[in-house]
Each structure stands twice: as structure tokens, then as C-alpha cells.
Design a protein around this ligand. Structure first.
Ligand SMILES: NC(=O)c1ccc[n+]([C@@H]2O[C@H](COP(=O)([O-])OP(=O)(O)OC[C@H]3O[C@@H](n4cnc5c(N)ncnc54)[C@H](OP(=O)(O)O)[C@@H]3O)[C@@H](O)[C@H]2O)c1
Length: 300
């Protein structure tokens, strides 16, 4: 594939979107951020900002002239946002975009059982199947990152951490390894993938900041804070099942417990560094340090 210059990011004002726009600018791409017409997001001055009503015609118009489209669309509104990604693919094909990166950035959706552990993954899996069907017209890259490390620490209670209360719940003994990736590293991974489109096209690309266990994170948090955390114990099955029951009762945020359960080993889809092999080195994406990441998280 010829090289990529112009890149458009859908959902550019979101968690992954912001770090992706920054990383693409740092790698020298010409960057355009797309938001909905109703969006209040503001983007860095060096990026162009376009808006769309997300109709096929409007999306096709804004995608014209782009070499790559990255979707960082939200999974918070399942049934609408993620399910609309196939329309983004149609528009990208109509606009002759070369490569489409779907909104992934989590557990390993190359394994189709992933949606039994986190329901909204059915839409992510469907979009990659759709892309595979059309890969004679457009290439795709699905970036798999495991747990979004700093994003998770920010949400009190997520994954058992409540840093302001110095409390932690440790699941199944806390020695289960999982892949953890900081938000900025996700953006950098996407930028590096687009620097190497010949190698990354039509693949799931596996990256991380580090492979870690809950007990290692606990020790690092205690080192950084200079205090012991109050620890309780539970099981991954209880965590996941509690979330699944909440979702069944209509409490959508129960999905956060299902996500944490999947990160801590339910389905074994967040520990892929050995089974799938990491792309960090091939992409020139250095791994990161746990203690430094926690220091940076705490100082922000
Ligand atoms: N593995 C993990 O631990 C983890 C953690 C977080 C996220 N993720 C994944 O990363 C991806 C991005 O998540 P995020 O947290 O960055 O998303 P986000 O910040 O919640 O949302 C990103 C953007 O999506 C746009 N959006 C929302 N609903 C939309 C709709 N119906 N149609 C079009 N655009 C819509 C919004 O943009 P505007 O309103 O500005 O247009 C929003 O800024 C998702 O696939 C998510 O599953 C994974």
C-alpha cells in the first residue's frame, strides 16, 4: 500500500480520539477530526475540525481526500454508535479511503467468543467481518490493547480500585497477568500502524504498555502513595456475574464490571502478549513502565 498522509479521526474529542489526534500530529500526519454536529468537543489548533450529521452522503463528503479513517467512536451508547460503524466503512469505500481502523482498543475480538463476555463487542466483531468482506476495496487495521490502564484508574471502583479512598478489591488472588495500555500509547500505536501500512493492513495488531497483575499494580500504587491500601478479596466470577445481572436488569453501567471481569481473565482474552505476540517492537512503539505510568497518572 502507498503511504498515508491525510488521516481523519471519528470521535476526535473522546478519550481515545484526543490521544490519537495528538499522536498523529506528532508523527507528522495531516489530521482532521470529525465530530457530530451537536458536539461541543474542541480540537488542537493544528488539526482541521469537520462536522457531520452521520448520513452516508455527508460522511462520504468529509472522507474525500483522506488516506485513512480511524474510528474512535464510543461504546457507551451501544446499539447506536458502534453499530453505525458499517456505515462509516461504506462512506470510506465510496470516498476511496485506503485504510479504515475500527473502534477496538480492548480485549481480543479476533476470538468471536469475546461478545459472550462483553455484549457490545458483537458490534465490533461485526464491523471487522464487514471490513474483511470488503478488503478488496479498503484495508483495515484492528488495534487490540487490553485494558485501558489510566482510563480505568480514573473511574472510582472500576477493576476494584478506589485510589482516593486507598482501597482495592483483589480478584482471584491478584496474580493473573493482563495487558494494560495507557490512552496515549493507544494513539501512538495507531499512528505507528499508519506509518507501516504495508505490514499492518488487514490484521489484528496487538500492543500494550506493559503486561501486569493486580498485585503488581497494588504494590506500585502503595509505593507511589507511600501508604498501604485497605484490601478486600473477591472472585472474577462474582465480579463478572454481578455486572451481567445488572445489565440484565437494565443497568447499563453493569458492563463496566463485565469489562473488568474480562480484563482479569474471564474468557482469557486480555492476556495476549504470549499467545498472539506483541507488535510493539515491529512498530517502533516502546513499552512503558508501570511506576512511571502511575506517577504520571497521579500527577494529572
Ligand atoms: N479496553 C478498555 O478498557 C477501554 C476503555 C475505554 C474505551 N475503550 C474503547 O475505545 C473506544 C473509544 O472509546 P472512548 O472512551 O474513547 O469513547 P468516548 O470518549 O466515550 O466517545 C468518543 C466519541 O464518540 C462520539 N459518539 C458518541 N456517540 C456517538 C454516536 N451515536 N454517533 C457518532 N458519534 C458518537 C462522541 O463524539 P462527538 O459527540 O464529539 O461527535 C465521543 O466524543 C471504544 O471502542 C471503547 O470500547 C476501551
Amino acid at each position: 500500500m502507498s503511504s498515508i498522509h491525510n488521516v481523519l479521526v471519528v470521535g476526535a474529542g473522546g478519550n481515545v480520539g484526543r490521544s490519537t489526534v495528538r499522536a498523529l500530529l506528532d508523527e507528522g500526519f495531516k489530521v482532521t477530526g470529525l465530530t457530530r454536529e451537536s458536539s461541543t468537543a474542541s480540537l488542537p489548533a493544528e488539526a482541521d475540525h469537520v462536522r457531520s450529521d452521520f448520513s452516508l452522503g455527508s460522511l462520504t463528503d468529509v472522507f474525500k481526500g483522506q488516506d485513512a479513517v480511524i474510528s474512535t467512536i464510543s461504546s457507551v451508547t451501544p446499539g447506536t454508535a458502534l453499530a453505525s460503524q458499517n456505515l462509516l466503512v461504506d462512506a470510506a469505500i465510496a470516498a476511496q479511503v485506503k485504510v479504515f481502523c475500527p473502534s477496538e482498543f480492548g480485549i481480543d475480538t479476533a476470538d468471536s467468543s469475546a461478545s459472550s463476555y462483553i455484549p457490545f463487542l458483537v458490534d465490533k466483531i461485526d464491523t471487522v467481518s464487514y471490513l474483511k468482506k470488503h478488503q478488496n476495496k479498503i484495508s483495515w487495521i484492528a488495534v487490540i490493547t487490553g485494558c485501558m490502564f489510566d482510563w480505568g484508574l480514573r473511574i472510582p471502583g472500576f477493576g476494584g480500585w478506589d485510589i482516593s479512598k486507598r482501597s482495592a478489591t483483589i480478584f482471584d488472588g491478584g496474580d493473573i497477568p493482563f495487558e494494560a495500555t495507557n490512552l496515549d500509547q493507544v494513539g501512538k500505536a495507531l499512528a505507528k500502524c499508519l506509518k507501516n501500512p504495508g505490514r499492518t493492513a488487514n490484521r489484528h495488531v496487538y500492543v500494550n504498555s506493559f503486561t501486569v497483575t493486580q498485585n503488581e499494580v497494588l504494590k506500585a500504587l502503595e509505593r507511589a502513595k507511600g501508604e498501604k491500601f485497605n484490601v478486600t478479596n473477591s472472585t472474577v466470577d462474582e465480579l463478572w456475574q454481578d455486572g451481567a445481572n445488572q445489565v440484565k436488569e437494565g443497568q447499563v453501567l453493569g458492563v463496566l464490571k463485565m469489562i473488568a471481569g474480562a480484563v482479569y481473565g474471564k474468557g482469557n482474552l486480555a492476556n495476549f502478549s504470549k499467545s498472539r505476540g506483541l507488535w510493539n517492537e515491529k512498530l517502533g512503539l516502546p513499552q512503558e513502565d508501570l511506576d512511571v505510568s502511575i506517577q504520571m497518572f497521579l500527577s494529572n
